[in-house]
Design a protein around this ligand. Sequence first.
Ligand code: ZN
Length: 342
Amino acid sequence: MLKTTLAGSLPKPRWLAEEEKLWAGWKLAGDDLAEGKRDATILAVKLQEVAGLDIVGDGEQARQHFVHGFLANLEGIDWEKKTRMGIRNNRYEADVPTVTGPIRRKGSVHRMEAEAARAHTTRQLKFTLPGPMTIVDTIADAHYGRREDLAFAFAEALNAEALELQALGVDVVQFDEPAWNVYMPQVAEWGMAALERAAKGLTCTTAVHICYGYGIKANIDWKATLGGSWRHYEETFPVIARSSIRQVSLECRNSRVPMDLIKLLDGKDVLVGCIDVASNDIETPEEVAATIREAMKFVAPEKLFPCTNCGMAPMTRNVAYGKLASLAKGAKIVCDELKSRG
Ligand code: ZN
């Protein structure tokens, strides 16, 4: 019980990529870059083990961004045709590539790092992919016309990748859907169906991560407009509760999400965010334990997985791994309490 894990990304070593940036440029090229990505993946797995995590990930060391990393090996996308677009309902503007033809997966996207991670840990291995709605919200469309049609096209490509990751020995496939905290009605209309298409046929553990975004300024400013009680999950959790997805990763630490919304996830594993990724202050183990105890009012310890609020890519490595160590220590405090109570 109380198995610890992380939402997804981790900072990259400074010899591989620019530090403390979300779209960090690579510092290597060609074969050096390929080898650097692999070495960084192995290092990230080992550092998570040292920190004490039970379920480790590749730390997204081989991708520049959590959405566009997956799109790199798909047909139907024109990377030269950039379209200026407001994403997450105009929270940020970005020059994004454009879909100009049918989406098709050319081949493996993440095979290298999944194999490297699997070969270097005996712990449970988790792998993250962007969810269909979040991809659709991060790319321009000049071919499909309807957002749900584009989402299902991406879902098929995601499914092929997810099945391959499972065959490589990945234990948990998680789809990241920050867009679900922006377009709540569409989750019930087509977002959940697209996600289940992406997860079709998976027998490993499936998860969805829904958050309020990385700790970057645009997100911090947005959160400041959301008021004292963030109830976005209230609309989407009942939809997830009825779905085949087994785990839900959500943001709790330093957020204004009412903890009792977890009750709406009855029957699911809940990955409780005990680590704030928008602050460089490292939580103490006791602070982590307090978040876990609060969540345990609404979910049984067997179904509770202490986790980070979101990815940690834009942080420094010292802060990120310090936070992971506190996460593991905090979970142990509560585990010991539960055991002593018998
Ligand atoms: Zn997130």
